[in-house]
Design a protein around this ligand. Structure first.
Ligand SMILES: [Zn+2]
Length: 160
């Protein structure tokens, strides 16, 4: 066998030869393409989903949902025991922290009157676990939504 023939055979048998290279598309791998518009939520759709999560989590008329920088959503409702209790936001933030999935980047809190879901303790819970920029949405039973930058709600942070 000549040297030239050996080289040709070598190329044909290579896994890198032209005939063997096949481009895989996301469909081949059964994963969603990042360019797929159905998979991309707008900011307002994401904000709406977070509000819905807060509403669904509600107990005694109050619920909260937080999303972390990793995109994970955690929900909470008020829990009261004999001599102890946690607020909805505190619980949602606690879940995010205990799962260790990153800092809180957005918060939604639902209360029927739109005024009862967010207190100083909850603001401190967000402050201790947040990204630099956090948006807080407050939604009531009429689906009326107010959005705040966290710094508007809690401009002078308490530091031990
Ligand atoms: Zn609270």
């Amino acid at each position: 066998m000549s040297e030239q023939t050996q080289m040709r055979l070598g190329n044909e048998n290579s896994i890198l030869s032209r005939g063997r290279v096949r481009r895989l598309s996301p469909e081949d791998l059964e994963v969603a393409s990042p360019e797929d518009p159905t998979e991309q939520l707008t900011d307002s759709e994401r904000a709406g989903e977070l509000r819905e999560s807060a509403v669904e989590a509600a107990s005694a008329g109050i619920g909260a949902a937080v999303v972390t920088a990793d995109g994970d959503v955690y929900t909470g409702c008020p829990v009261e025991g004999k001599g102890w209790g946690v607020h909805a936001i505190e619980l949602a933030v606690s879940k995010a922290v205990s799962e260790g999935t990153g800092s809180v980047s957005e918060v939604a809190v639902f209360s029927e009157d739109g005024e009862s879901g967010l207190c100083g303790r909850c603001l401190q819970a967000i402050a201790d676990s947040r990204d630099d920029d956090v948006t807080v949405q407050i939604v009531d039973a009429e689906d009326c939504v107010e959005r705040f930058d966290f710094d508007e709600l809690y401009p002078a942070l308490w530091r031990k």
